[in-house]
Design a binder for this molecule. Structure first.
Ligand SMILES: [Zn+2]
Length: 183
């Protein structure tokens, strides 16, 4: 595991002796401060419609311009399905409801403003055959600097997995659509 020092000084006492072990445990021998930079839970939805799978075009780094599934980090005191539904409401203005199926889980790492976050991504699947772009709303749709540049439906047979932002989503889509991407 690479040295990912998010602290160069102890946040508690300012000592330069802050140590990182196992890529997540920061400890300060000077004052006893300990911080675990633990894996964060994140969710995503594989939304299947007659027009294809729904993707967001990312409007910000990392991986600006690449495709992602709707989803994001789970908030404190939130369950995975609850978090996924909240992210869907925020990102596409549509709630898949409580009946989504758990589809797959893969690890991911996400670098934001120089800090590496290791995530455990939980993928859910839902089917909404008749859903179209007109039923959805992208809050920052198209605006420069917005989080989301646009929404796109892409059929699995037309999807280039290299256009996806994150490896965990590539793995989940390979698992969900083995006929197109497997083995
Ligand atoms: Zn300290």
């Amino acid at each position: 595991m690479p040295d990912e020092r998010i602290f160069h000084y102890c946040p508690a006492c300012g000592s330069e002796r802050i140590e990182l072990r196992g890529g997540k445990r920061f400890s300060c021998p000077a004052c006893g401060f300990i911080y675990y930079h633990n894996t964060a839970a994140a969710t995503a939805l594989i939304l299947k419609t007659r027009a294809g799978i729904l993707f967001l075009v990312r409007g910000q780094e990392p991986e600006r311009g690449k495709l992602a599934l709707p989803g994001g980090f789970v908030d404190p005191a939130e369950g995975a399905i609850e978090g996924m539904r909240r992210e869907c409401r925020e990102e596409i203005g549509w709630d898949p409801g409580p009946g989504c199926r758990f589809a797959a889980s893969y690890p991911n790492s996400y670098r934001y403003k120089g800090v590496l976050y290791n995530t455990c991504d939980l993928f859910f699947a839902a089917e909404a055959p008749g859903l179209s772009i007109a039923d959805l709303r992208s809050p920052s749709g198209g605006s420069p600097g917005g989080e989301i540049l646009g929404l796109r439906f892409i059929r699995p047979e037309d999807l280039d997995l290299k256009s996806l932002a994150f490896e965990s989503a590539r793995q989940a889509l390979r698992q969900e659509f083995p006929a197109f991407f497997g083995p």
